[in-house]
Design a protein around this ligand. Structure first.
Ligand SMILES: Cc1cc2nc3c(=O)[nH]c(=O)nc-3n(C[C@H](O)[C@H](O)[C@H](O)COP(=O)(O)O)c2cc1C
Length: 167
């Protein structure tokens, strides 16, 4: 699978098998985050790896749109520095790096951003100077992915030539 194929075939998955992801793959996923570029190369992101089933269930309780994380094999909480105007760009980039690296290994993932921040901060001891921006859940897919198609706008509705509005 080349990079384009990896991007095009990657889907968000929220149902996972009870099969552990090998620690080498987890390490590689985290390494891909580390290698990602950040604004001013500040590398302000920090990652909390959550593997304990009890803590995965707690993550689900601390979310408003990610209850499915309870069934993931493991999760990664992406923390970024909210004083940087580009911190969510940096969060998105490491999220995509990790999701694509996982998919390249046959590991699927989903993300959520609906976070009960106060609860999460308490439960996972997040310091005040970092914001939990994105939470990713990973695992092997429960069902074959063949049935799911992406719903995307065509390029003709998305791309203009030279100036906005000109096709
Ligand atoms: C910025 C952002 C926020 C998202 N928030 C959530 C979320 O809170 N909960 C969730 O289950 N999925 C969330 N998603 C996943 C989207 O629903 C998903 O990317 C979209 O439906 C396309 O899925 P597909 O690639 O499988 O077609 C989020 C995705 C992005 C990029």
């Amino acid at each position: 699978m080349n990079t384009f194929e990896c991007v095009v075939s990657k889907l968000e998955v929220r149902e996972f098998m009870r099969k552990e992801v090998e620690s080498e793959i987890k390490r590689r996923i985290l390494e891909s985050a580390r290698q990602t570029g950040s604004g001013l190369n500040l590398q302000h992101w920090r990652f909390v790896l959550v593997e304990d089933k009890k803590n995965l269930s707690q993550l689900a309780l601390d979310s408003t749109s990610g209850g499915w994380i309870a069934g993931a094999d493991f999760a990664i909480i992406i923390l970024t520095n909210p004083t940087l105007r580009f911190h969510l760009i940096d969060a998105g980039r490491v999220a995509q790096s990790m999701q694509l690296t996982a998919w390249n290994e046959g590991v699927v993932s989903g993300l959520f951003t609906g976070i009960k921040e106060g609860n999460l901060r308490n439960d996972f001891r997040i310091p005040n100077d970092l914001t939990p921006s994105i939470i990713l859940g990973f695992g092997y897919p429960l069902k074959p992915l063949t049935g799911k198609k992406k719903n995307r706008l065509p390029l003709s509705q998305l791309v203009y030539r030279e100036q906005y509005g000109t096709n």
